[in-house]
Design a protein around this ligand. Structure first.
Ligand SMILES: [Zn+2]
Length: 152
């Protein structure tokens, strides 16, 4: 994932990208515009070609081409990635479409699975689980049932 993100960052110049959405004026080493994220009449939105970042000295918003597109067009990371890849002429690999949200969900599921395995082990194979095992067996839950539900 990071490789293609880096590839896109290397291929695109933040000044050209932001210029597509917001006309920039060159001032010294930077480019400036009136900030799209807060109302202002004198430009404090500054883009550094050198650092490939933007920063607004009025409202404090800052970031790179990905955060700019996410904020400016109200996109999630995946949508911004797709749009910037298209601008850069890069074909995304399928795995690049895994959004941050999806990978968070995957991590939570993995943690949940590990915790379930741990408690399954305590219940069925450790001395600490003896009294709980007695209890569930008295309630009619057999070891077979526990094993069946404990398969991951
Ligand atoms: Zn601002």
């Amino acid at each position: 994932m990071d490789n293609q993100v880096d590839e896109i960052k290397q291929k695109l110049n933040i000044v050209d990208v932001i210029n597509r959405y917001l006309p920039l004026k060159k001032r010294g080493r930077n480019h400036i515009a009136c900030c799209p994220f807060h109302g202002e009449k004198t430009p404090s939105f500054t883009v550094s070609e050198e650092l490939q970042i933007y920063k607004c000295f009025g409202c404090g918003k800052s970031g790179d081409i990905f955060t700019f597109l996410q904020e400016y067009e109200r996109l999630d990371f995946r949508e911004a990635l797709t749009e910037l890849a298209a601008i850069a002429g890069i074909v995304l690999k399928k795995s690049e479409f895994v959004s941050e949200k999806d990978s968070l969900k995957k991590n939570l599921l993995e943690i949940n699975t590990q915790v379930a395995k741990f408690y399954n082990y305590i219940l069925t194979s450790h001395v600490l689980g003896n009294s709980a095992l007695d209890y569930v067996q008295k309630r009619g839950v057999t070891l077979d049932t526990i094993k069946q539900f404990g398969r991951y």
